[in-house]
Design a protein around this ligand. Structure first.
Ligand code: NAG
Length: 217
């Protein structure tokens, strides 16, 4: 018979167990190819009838094409997530091509649902991330062609092209739908805006500097 302290212990165990599952759930069947016409809202995407599944459901073509980097940051991420490959649904993995123009950046961002492992295909890329424990330690590395680097789940990271030419990398991610929160636009470009007083206090800035940043994003 469970007494109150052991119930608390059980509760804590259950809590720590759920925290360990901070990645996509494991599958209960071979696959669950996403049904584009599914109307039911579930965690993930509704399965198509397995008898109707085709090779195309597991296929994507187009990563040979460079992303358009003509934008403010000089980079483009081309995702191959469950939205692009329905067969990825429930499999807990995905990838993306990252193009970075000379001196461009893939700006500081985080993936709420995935660890990322990056391989440099072309160019020289400086990468960095910031840890939570020890608090705010900055870890940085210069990568050459064919080098590999890992960004742990949930940590803020960036990539910067520091070579003379174009840089290309392939990122593999431990979720079918990793999500991306880009810090600058999430903080200064939310819709509606976070009250400027909140940001002014948080960033120790004058209100007009916050308004300026909010207009930029
Ligand atoms: C790339 O993006 C820019 C800015 O949106 C646009 O003007 C340009 O036409 C695009 N280039 C190509 C090749 O799509």
């Amino acid at each position: 018979m469970a007494n109150p302290p052991s119930l608390i212990l059980l509760g804590l165990l259950a809590l720590s167990f759920s925290l360990v599952l901070a990645v996509d759930q494991s599958t209960l069947q071979d696959f669950c190819v996403a049904d584009p016409n599914g109307q039911v809202l579930v965690n993930g995407l509704v399965c198509k009838d397995p008898k109707l599944v085709e090779a195309e459901d597991f296929f994507f073509s187009g990563l040979h094409m460079a992303g358009n980097t003509s934008n403010q940051v000089g980079s483009k991420v081309s995702p191959v997530f469950a939205a692009q490959v329905p067969g990825l649904n429930t499999l807990g993995i995905s990838l993306a091509r990252i193009d970075i123009a000379p001196w461009g950046i893939n700006p500081p961002h985080l993936h709420p649902r995935a660890t990322e492992i990056l391989t440099v295909l072309e160019g020289q890329i400086e990468v960095g991330f910031v840890t939570s424990n020890p608090e705010n330690r900055f870890i940085r590395k210069l990568l050459q062609k064919s080098d590999v680097f890992v960004f742990p789940i949930g940590l803020i990271h960036y990539q910067k092209n520091v070579g003379g030419g174009y840089a290309v990398a392939i990122a593999a991610l431990s979720s079918q739908n990793p999500g991306a929160i880009t810090i600058a636009s999430a903080v200064f470009g939310s819709n509606p805006n976070i009250p400027s007083k909140v940001l002014a206090r948080a960033f120790q800035l004058e209100d007009n500097v916050v308004s300026y940043l909010q207009h930029k994003f």
